[in-house]
Design a protein around this ligand. Sequence first.
Ligand SMILES: NC(=O)c1ccc[n+]([C@@H]2O[C@H](COP(=O)([O-])OP(=O)(O)OC[C@H]3O[C@@H](n4cnc5c(N)ncnc54)[C@H](OP(=O)(O)O)[C@@H]3O)[C@@H](O)[C@H]2O)c1
Length: 287
Amino acid sequence: MLEKRFSAREVYKEDLFKGKTILLTGGGSGIGRLIADSFVELGGDVIITSRDEEKLSKTKSEIQKDWKKDITYYVCDISDDKSVKGMVASAFKEKGNIDILINNAGANSLRPTEALTPVRWKAIIDTVLNGTYYVTREVGKRWIKSKYPGNIINVASTTGWTGSPFMAPSGAAKAGIINLGKTLGSEWGRHGIRINDVSPGPVFTKGSFERLWLNEDIIDTIQKKVPLGKFPGPEDIVGSVLFLASPAALMITGASLAVDGGESLKQSFGDLVDQFRPRKNVDEEIL
Ligand SMILES: NC(=O)c1ccc[n+]([C@@H]2O[C@H](COP(=O)([O-])OP(=O)(O)OC[C@H]3O[C@@H](n4cnc5c(N)ncnc54)[C@H](OP(=O)(O)O)[C@@H]3O)[C@@H](O)[C@H]2O)c1
């Protein structure tokens, strides 16, 4: 069914998330779809949400077929706080509690900032930053009230700290999410609630291809500049999300974990160093 999955069982134990309920926004496509798969694989009770019922229902059927396990879905537009309130209330009513929240839903566009209309700017900020905040608040306030030490993982982006040309609203919103994680890491720590983010660099998903990578010819050229030689695939993001959701990360909060093959690191000029500081017999020196 899926072209490439993260094989969670090769790294994590079979029942790692048994008895845990995971609320995952945007779980019907791209990175979120693979995150859903892996939590199910490790015994979690998964709820996915997005705006598209057909996509959610298809994902539910696929997971049923592949893992013989049932998942729950709710149609919800995270940019609409009323829709979020309804979705979170239903999830808590149906499941009794949510243990792990994964804010994965997001939106992006590639456009010169001067050509962006305020409407488009607002639409992306409303989904990425405000939507993440609405879901986080609705879930977090219930945890605080019931004294439950919940765990939040945001799928942010390295654009949140590097910036990225032509992605102003998404980059600004992701910077906001990363900062929100640090603020709440500090503010909600006393309630035992943790919040961290996994920040992917560019990832080839069907969604990102259709929106951003319209010229496939230059992809190879761009990837050669990545220290690890390529961009991560969606399956490469999943392991870090599982790690932050696991007891291995119990003392980690307010952290940002880049999963980008080193793409956001300072450009290495190592290749050029021999040109401005020629050295002889380097091999002998090393040995
Ligand atoms: N791909 C990349 O290069 C890349 C890089 C860095 C970070 N990320 C982040 O990774 C996350 C997943 O992205 P992806 O690459 O997997 O793209 P994707 O396949 O397009 O996934 C985005 C998901 O968000 C959902 N969504 C969008 N707007 C929504 C809204 N208003 N309400 C509810 N759900 C909404 C979409 O579902 P519906 O359309 O059905 O609502 C979709 O399932 C995003 O947060 C993205 O910013 C991606």
